[in-house]
Design a protein around this ligand. Structure first.
Ligand code: FES
Length: 250
C-alpha cells in the first residue's frame, strides 16, 4: 500500500519546525507503525537525507517511549494501545497520515518527534518509591495485602509514563500520571510510611515543571493506552489535601 506522510521535522530544541511531506510505497498491512517509519528512514538515508528522529524501545506497549500524535490523536485513533502497537492495517491505501510529537511546555522537543520527558523522572524522584529495609527476601506472607487493594494498586501501576495524558489534555496536565503513581502506593501497606510526603512532593514538583491543572476534560483517560481511570486524579486530590492540612497543622 502507498502512504502519504506529513511529519514534524525540527533539527533541534530551539530551531523552527515544520511539517514535511513524504510518500512511501510498498508498505505491508501487517507492518507496525514504527516499522513503517523504519522503512521511511531507510529510504531517506538511501537518498542521502537526514532520517526522522523518533523514540522506541520495547515495541510491545511496555516501556512508554514511543508516543506520537497520529492524525491529531495521541497514540492514534485506535485507542487503548501505544504507538508501537498501531498496525498499518488501520490505514487505507493512499491515506495521508500526519505525525507530530507530544506537545507540552513541560515536554520540550529535542529533535523531530523526540521529546524530553525527564519532568516525569523528577516527579517520580519526589516520592514515586517506597523505602524498605534491604536484606534477605521477606517471607511472602509477612505483609498481607487484601485482594481488592492489590488489584486496585495493579490497575494504577499499569501506567507506563508515556505522557499521552499530557499530550491529550487541553491544559497539558500531568494529573493522570501523578494520580496513578500516588495511587499505586496508597493502596499498599508498603506505601503508608511516605504517604503524605509523597503526595506533597509529587504534586508540588508537577506544578514546578510547568504542567497545567486538571479541569476534568477526561481526554487523558481516553488517550491512555493502559486505560487508567481518572478516579486516580480524585485520589491524588484527596491525598494532597489531607497531606496539606496535616503539614499546616503540625
Ligand atoms: S516502544 Fe515501548 S511502549 Fe512503545
Amino acid at each position: 500500500m502507498k502512504i502519504n506522510l506529513k511529519i514534524w521535522r525540527q533539527s533541534g530544541p530551539d530551531a523552527p519546525g515544520r511539517l514535511v511531506d513524504y510518500s512511501i510505497d510498498g508498505i505491508d498491512q501487517s507492518q507496525s507503525f514504527l516499522e513503517m517509519l523504519d522503512t521511511l528512514n531507510e529510504k531517506i538515508i538511501k537518498d542521502g537525507g537526514e532520517p526522522v528522529a523518533f523514540e522506541s524501545d520495547c515495541r510491545e506497549g511496555i516501556c512508554g517511549n514511543c508516543g506520537l500524535v497520529i492524525n491529531g490523536v495521541a497514540h492514534g485513533e485506535k485507542g487503548a494501545c501505544t504507538t508501537c502497537e498501531v498496525r498499518m492495517r488501520s490505514f487505507q491505501d493512499g491515506d495521508t497520515v500526519t505525525i507530530e510529537p507530544f506537545r507540552a511546555k513541560a515536554f520540550p522537543i529535542i529533535k523531530d518527534l523526540v521529546i524530553n520527558r525527564s519532568a516525569f523522572d523528577r516527579i517520580m524522584a519526589k516520592g514515586g518509591y517506597v523505602a524498605v529495609n534491604t536484606g534477605s527476601a521477606q517471607d511472602a506472607n509477612l505483609l498481607p495485602v487484601h485482594k481488592d487493594a492489590a488489584e486496585a494498586a495493579m490497575d494504577s501501576a499499569a501506567c507506563i509514563g508515556c505522557g499521552a495524558c499530557v499530550a491529550a489534555c487541553p491544559n497539558a496536565s500531568a494529573s493522570l500520571f501523578v494520580g496513578a503513581k500516588i495511587s499505586q502506593y496508597t493502596w499498599l501497606p508498603q506505601g503508608q510510611v511516605e504517604r503524605s510526603t509523597r503526595a506533597l512532593g509529587m504534586v508540588k514538583q508537577m506544578d514546578a515543571e510547568g504542567f497545567g491543572d486538571c479541569s476534568n476534560h477526561a481526554e487523558c483517560e481516553a488517550a491512555c493506552p493502559k486505560e487508567i481511570s481518572i478516579a486516580n486524579i480524585s485520589r491524588m486530590r484527596r491525598e494532597y489535601t489531607k497531606a496539606l492540612f496535616a503539614e499546616q497543622g503540625s
